[in-house]
Design a protein around this ligand. Structure first.
Ligand code: V47
Length: 350
């Protein structure tokens, strides 16, 4: 049994400026889980709307209503058309994430899943809806989280993305997203999903007003739930991007702290197999560097289908990568890119 790092030790590691040491510790753990593999998949996103009842201060994407400049909302036929446009015969996953639209209830979200399911060949997995969106579906429908999850599963959702976690600490959360699902509820919804046999991811939004201690607490809450259920596949540290949102004045976190945060995530989360280096948000260079600080998964090809990060100022304004680009980024950092499906089964080379 590996010696488990505690809160104080994690804080002490953050203090260290020995990045070589942090990299080595993180790489040892990533190797024990994943050898020298860097996983990726072929995927695209569907973002049905950016009109949202929540007023998260870190969000550059949300709009109040459908009449505001920059707002969009797809009807079901538009979701179908979008899938036909984005699907290039090789994708294995569709990731649906969007917003909590004031005029939509559970039925719309089920219809979106049904539309995606019917447009995609069998075998293409649907990863859909954050715990925040699911929590709002429980409110609009009067159903429990378990009932909503069962309904989504019946329509074809196979796994949940990790969004909406932000920072669990109530004081920080009250300052950045006071009006949405709290940390305890986020964890409860993932626990319910795990009990139903659904795999899920977890995220942490860092680099805004939170402090190191809040990040470590956040990681420890995830570690505790993972001890209980084993249902998380991947953890994604999401770096706050500061353009066009109410927290813009904060600017972007320095790269040293970003890399330390990847390493400490890898070290603390000794029971979550994968750490994702999400390139549409980090940019390709920082994504590559994060591979040397514990990340082993680059997410996917994306095919210019997500706007959350481009609207927040990411370098990747039209995010898309070929599998050759991904293989090169992995190999330049000393790793081997391996295509996976949504459940981390390795796929044969095409
Ligand atoms: O919860 C919003 C984040 C998340 C900003 O499971 C921002 O594989 C940085 O769910 N700067 C949603 N981040 C995205 C999400 C996701 C993303 C990638 C992979 C997976 C996965 C899931 O996006 C939100 C929020 O934390 N976000 N605005 C911003 N300005």
């Amino acid at each position: 049994m590996r010696n488990r790092i505690g809160f104080d030790e994690a804080m002490a590691l953050y203090e260290s400026n020995d990045l070589n040491l942090l990299s080595k510790l993180a790489l040892d753990i990533r190797r024990s889980f994943n050898g020298d593999k860097v996983f990726y998949n072929r995927n695209f996103h569907v973002e049905p709307s950016n009109v949202c009842i929540h007023r998260c201060t870190f969000c550059s994407y949300r709009r109040d209503n459908d009449n505001q400049p920059g707002a969009w909302s797809m009807d079901i036929e538009q979701v179908r058309e979008y899938c036909r446009e984005k699907y290039k015969n090789s994708e294995t996953e569709v990731h649906i994430v969007g917003s909590v639209h004031p005029g939509r209830g559970l039925q719309y979200y089920l219809d979106v899943v049904e539309a995606v399911r019917s447009e995609m060949p069998a075998g293409v997995a649907i990863k859909a809806y954050t715990a925040v969106e699911i929590d709002d579906m429980t409110r609009s429908s009067g159903l429990s989280a378990r009932e909503v999850l069962i309904a989504l599963k019946e329509k074809g959702v196979e796994l949940l993305p990790g969004g909406g976690a932000e920072i669990f600490n109530p004081e920080v959360r009250n300052k950045i997203c006071a009006d949405k699902t709290d940390g305890a509820r986020w964890l409860e919804i993932h626990r319910e999903a795990h009990k139903l046999g659904m795999r899920t991811n977890a995220t942490m939004l860092f680099g805004h007003i939170e402090e190191r201690k809040h990040r470590i607490e956040h990681l420890m809450s995830l570690r505790e739930l993972q001890d209980e259920t084993g249902g998380f596949d991947a953890f994604i540290p999401l770096l706050f991007k500061p353009a066009n949102n109410p927290l813009s004045y904060l600017g972007e976190l320095n790269i040293i702290e970003v890399l330390k945060t990847f390493a400490i995530s890898r070290i603390v989360l000794d029971n979550i197999p994968h750490i994702k280096s999400y390139w549409p948000m980090l940019g390709k260079e920082m994504c590559q560097l994060a591979l040397l600080y514990g990340a082993d998964d680059m997410d996917g090809t994306i095919n210019d289908s997500t706007k959350i990060y481009s609207m927040a100022g990411s370098k990747e304004q039209n995010p898309q990568m070929t599998t050759d680009d991904i293989a090169r980024i992995a190999s330049e950092a000393g790793f081997t890119a391996v295509e996976r499906d949504s459940f981390y089964n390795e796929l044969p080379k095409k």
